[in-house]
Write a protein that binds this ligand. Structure first.
Ligand code: XMP
Length: 511
C-alpha cells in the first residue's frame, strides 16, 4: 500500500500539533515539520498535501518565517491557515496589510458552495478567527471563496494549482464545520484514501525504531504510567531483549505501585527488567527543598544519574527511551509557549547525559492517541487506562518539603481515594484523580481532643488531552465516604478539601 502522509509546516502557530491531530483523526497520517524544511526532504516524503500553519508574525515583517516559492511548483496541494494564507498571498504577488478591523473569536463566514473545500458546508458557517492582518489583494490566478462582513478574503483558491487558503482556524472546535473542511481538503483536493489507523502508526514506529536502533542497546525509564509503558512495549516489539527496562523506585510512587509494575513487566513482556530501590537517595536530596521547580529538577536529575549508573553496569548503552508525549513538550516551553512546569521527561534532564540519544516514540501524540496505541499493542486494559502519573510522582503532590513520613501518609490517603472512586464505578469516567498533601495544618477535634493536623486536598479532573481540564463532579455521598475514611484511617489528617478549579487557570497537579 502506498504510504500516505500529509505534512504540516510549522510557522510558529499555537495550533500546529492540533492540525496534525485533526488530520490523523480524519484517517490520514500527518507530521509537523519546521517551516524551513528543505524541498528535497519534503519531496522525499512524497506528501499528498501540505498545510501551512498560522503563526504570530506578519508576513511583511523583516524577520517573518518564509519558505521558498518553489514549493508551489511541486504539484502538491497546499492549504494555508491564517498566517499560511498570508504567506501564499505574499509569496505569489498578492498583498497583506494590517486589517482595519481585527477579528477574534466566532465569526459568521459566507462560503462558496462551488469550492471543493466547502463541499457540503453550510452557506453561512461559524468559524474561529484570530488575526490582525488581512489580505488586501489576492494573487493572480486565485479566486475568493469565502468572506465575512469585515474580512473580504476569508478563503481563496487557485484550483488549477491546487492552492487553498483560509483565514480562520478549521482545526479548533469553535469552527463548527472545521473537521469537514479539513476532510474536504484531504479527500476532495489531495485525493487521500484515509487508510491510516493507529495500527499504521504502530507498525511504522516499530519499523523505524528497529532501523534506528539496529543492534544497539536501549534503556527505558519505566514508571508504570501509560506513556512510559507504551513506549517500552513499542521498543520491545522492535528490538526485544536489546531493551532493558529500569524501574526506579524513587520512593515517590503510589502504594504498591513498584510491585505491580514489576509483576506485569516480568511476566508479560520479553525484556530485561531491573528494579532499583533508590528511595533513600531521593529523600536525601529532597531534604529541606520546598521550591516546586527545584524539586522537579532534583528528581529528574537524580533519575538520570541512576540510569547512568545502571547503564555502566550493563555495558555500553546507546539510547534512552522516554514516554514524553506532546502536551509535555509544549508545557515545558520547548515550542514557542512559556514554561509552565519543567516536566520530568523533558525539561528536567541534566545537560550531560551519558547516552547517545533520547528516543521518544510518542512525542507527537496526545494522551488519547497513546491509549489507542497501547490497545493496538495488546496491552492489558488495566494498564492502558491507568490514570497518568507524573514522573516526579508524589514529590509534586506533597507541597513543601518531602519527607518519608509525608510520603507514607499520602500513599495511604491516595490509596483510599482510588479505592473509593473505583468502587463507586467512577474510575473510567474520571481522567485523573489523586490526593495532595498540603502544607497546611489546622485545628480539629477528635474524641474531645484538640488536633492540629494536615489538610488533604483531593483533585479529580475530566479531560481528553490534559491541556485543558474540568474538575469532576463527584457525587457528594462519594466525597463524604472518602472524607470519612481518610480522617478515620490515616493519622495526622483532620481536614479534607475538594479542588474545584478547572485548567486553566489552575494546572492539574498542584506543583
Ligand atoms: P499539569 O499539572 O501540567 O499536568 O496540568 C498535565 C498532565 O501531565 C502530568 N504531569 C507530568 N507527567 N512528568 C510527567 O510525565 C511530569 O513532570 C509531569 N508533570 C505533570 C500530570 O499528572 C497531568 O496528567
Amino acid at each position: 500500500m502506498e504510504k500516505e502522509i500529509v505534512l504540516v509546516l510549522d510557522f510558529g502557530g499555537q495550533y500546529n500539533q492540533l492540525i496534525a491531530r485533526r488530520v490523523r483523526e480524519c484517517g490520514v497520517y500527518c507530521e509537523v515539520l519546521p517551516y524551513n524544511t528543505s524541498l528535497e526532504r519534503i519531496r522525499s516524503l512524497a506528501p499528498k498535501g501540505i498545510i501551512f500553519t498560522g503563526g504570530p508574525a506578519s508576513v511583511y515583517a523583516e524577520d517573518a518565517p518564509l519558505c521558498g516559492k518553489e514549493i508551489f511548483d511541486m504539484g502538491i496541494p497546499i492549504l494555508g491557515i491564517c498566517y499560511g494564507i498570508h504567506l501564499i498571498t505574499h509569496l505569489l504577488g498578492g498583498r497583506v496589510t494590517k486589517a482595519i478591523v481585527s477579528e477574534y473569536g466566532h465569526k459568521e463566514v459566507k462560503v462558496s458552495s462551488s469550492s471543493k473545500l466547502f463541499k457540503g458546508i453550510s452557506d453561512k458557517s461559524i468559524c474561529w478567527m484570530s488575526h490582525t492582518d488581512y489580505i488586501e489583494a489576492i494573487p493572480e490566478g486565485f479566486e475568493i471563496t469565502a468572506s465575512t462582513d469585515t474580512c473580504p478574503v476569508a478563503a481563496f483558491e487557485d484550483k488549477k494549482r491546487k492552492l487553498y487558503g483560509v483565514q480562520f482556524h478549521p482545526e479548533v472546535v469553535h469552527t463548527r464545520e472545521g473537521t469537514a473542511i479539513l476532510k474536504n481538503f484531504l479527500y476532495e483536493v489531495c485525493g487521500c484514501s484515509g487508510e491510516w489507523k493507529v495500527s499504521r502508526f504502530t507498525e511504522q514506529t516499530i519499523a523505524s525504531l528497529r532501523e534506528k536502533i539496529g543492534d544497539k542497546k536501549v534503556l527505558c525509564a519505566l514508571s508504570g504510567g501509560v506513556d512510559s509503558s507504551v513506549s517500552a512495549v513499542l521498543v520491545s516489539k522492535a528490538v526485544g531483549k536489546q531493551l532493558t527496562c529500569i524501574l526506579v523506585d524513587h520512593g515517590l510512587l503510589r502504594k504498591n505501585e513498584a510491585d505491580e509494575v514489576e509483576e506485569v513487566f516480568t511476566r508479560q513482556y520479553d525484556v530485561n527488567f531491573i528494579r532499583v530501590n533508590a528511595q533513600e537517595r531521593f529523600y536525601g536530596r529532597l531534604a529541606g527543598i520546598t521550591d516546586p521547580e527545584q524539586k522537579r529538577k532534583i528528581i529528574g536529575e537524580e533519575f538520570i544519574r541512576v540510569f547512568e549508573e545502571e547503564a555502566k553496569k550493563i555495558g555500553k548503552v546507546d539510547y534512552l527511551v522516554q514516554g514524553t508525549i506532546y502536551p509535555d513538550v509544549i508545557e515545558s516551553g520547548l515550542g514557542n509557549s512559556a514554561v509552565i512546569k519543567s516536566h520530568h521527561n523533558v525539561g528536567g534532564l541534566p545537560e550531560h547525559v551519558d547516552f547517545k540519544e533520547i528516543i521518544e516514540p510518542l512525542r507527537n501524540l496526545f494522551k488519547d492517541e497513546v491509549r489507542k496505541v497501547g490497545l493496538e499493542l495488546g496491552m492489558p486494559e488495566k494498564m492502558v487506562y491507568r490514570q497518568p502519573f507524573p514522573g516526579p510522582g508524589l514529590g509534586i503532590r506533597i507541597i513543601g518539603e518531602v519527607t518519608p513520613d509525608k510520603v507514607k501518609l499520602l500513599q495511604e490517603v491516595d490509596y483510599i481515594f482510588r479505592q473509593e472512586i473505583a468502587s463507586a464505578g467512577l474510575d473510567k469516567a474520571i481522567s485523573q484523580y489523586f490526593a495532595i498533601l498540603t502544607n497546611l495544618r489546622s485545628v480539629g477535634v477528635m474524641g474531645d481532643e484538640r488536633t492540629y493536623d494536615y489538610t488533604i486536598a483531593l483533585r479529580a479532573v475530566t479531560t481528553t488531552d490534559f491541556m485543558t481540564a474540568e474538575y469532576a463532579q463527584i457525587p457528594w455521598e462519594v466525597l463524604s465516604r472518602i472524607s470519612n475514611r481518610i480522617v478515620n484511617e490515616v493519622k495526622k489528617v483532620n481536614r479534607i478539601c475538594y479542588d474545584i478549579t478547572s485548567k486553566p487557570p489552575a494546572t492539574i497537579e498542584w506543583e
